[in-house]
Write a protein that binds this ligand. Structure first.
Ligand code: FES
Length: 143
């Protein structure tokens, strides 16, 4: 084996090691970039909270607190978030017509959450709630 041949072998070994190092660095870099993006796209953290309507603050018909409507009507109690089932806009309560009206595309729901009109296809979903001995009502909300 001559000196030229050994030099070629060293060069090709160096080139091979350099190429491997570059690929390794590229793979690590791609992983570092991809991880937060994939985490953001694939992971959706659901949060839960409890909204408490103290007995003294509950009106006869409709109360509102922290994005939750509490309806007490004819001995029945139920609650909804104010998030429209169409595209998620926040709707309001209209005391004159006694309906919930979404300002975005005009969906309307009655006091029981039934869809009356508009592009929304689904009724409002009732939230789980618990009435405490002292009259407070706790509503469980998933955000
Ligand atoms: S988001 Fe409420 S009607 Fe479209």
């Amino acid at each position: 084996m001559g000196a030229g041949s050994r030099q070629e072998e060293n060069l090709s070994r160096r080139a091979f090691i350099r190429r491997c190092a570059q690929r390794l660095i590229s793979a690590i870099g791609a992983g570092l970039l991809a991880y937060p993006i994939l985490s953001f796209v694939t992971f959706r953290k659901s949060r839960k909270k409890t909204v408490v309507f103290p007995a003294k603050d509950q009106s006869d018909a409709v109360s509102f607190k922290e994005g939750v409507f509490l309806i007490r009507r004819k001995g029945d109690t139920y609650a909804f978030t104010n998030k429209c089932t169409h595209l998620g806009c926040r709707f309001n309560f209209d005391p004159l017509s006694r309906t919930f009206r979404c300002p975005c595309h005009g969906s309307v729901f009655d006091l029981r959450g039934k869809r009356l009109k508009g592009p929304a296809k689904r009724d409002l979903e009732k939230l789980p709630l618990a009435e405490k001995r002292n009259g407070d009502i706790q509503v469980a909300v998933t955000l």
